[in-house]
Design a protein around this ligand. Structure first.
Ligand SMILES: [Zn+2]
Length: 102
């Protein structure tokens, strides 16, 4: 049973690659080079990538259909979740998330 991979949370690209290391898997975007959390189980790496993708993309859609009002905190929550997911394995987010579109 295949697990679908959500598009990149940052650039919406579907051009994704799954990295296999000895004891970890991670999803990365070939377009913007974002990398998801490294997890021992492929399933976990996919689930966390998908979770992040859904959060960030949903926040963006909400922002478009309900201009900014009350939506900023959702985006902030999503970013915080992503940041902690990335930090979990000592991966440093580059901070270039382009949240300043307003
Ligand atoms: Zn991307």
């Amino acid at each position: 049973m295949a697990t679908l991979i959500e598009p990149c949370p940052f650039c919406d690209s579907g051009n994704l690659h799954i990295h296999h290391h000895l004891l970890s898997h991670s999803v990365s975007c070939q377009s913007c080079k974002s990398t998801g959390p490294h997890r021992r189980e492929l399933e976990d790496a996919l689930l966390e990538w998908n979770h992040t993708s859904r959060l960030l993309r949903r926040a963006r859609v909400n922002e478009e259909s309900h201009p900014v009002h009350g939506r900023l905190h959702e985006l902030e929550d999503a970013v915080r979740n992503l940041a902690s997911a990335l930090r979990y394995d000592g991966i440093t987010a580059n901070g270039e998330m382009e949240l300043e579109h307003s």
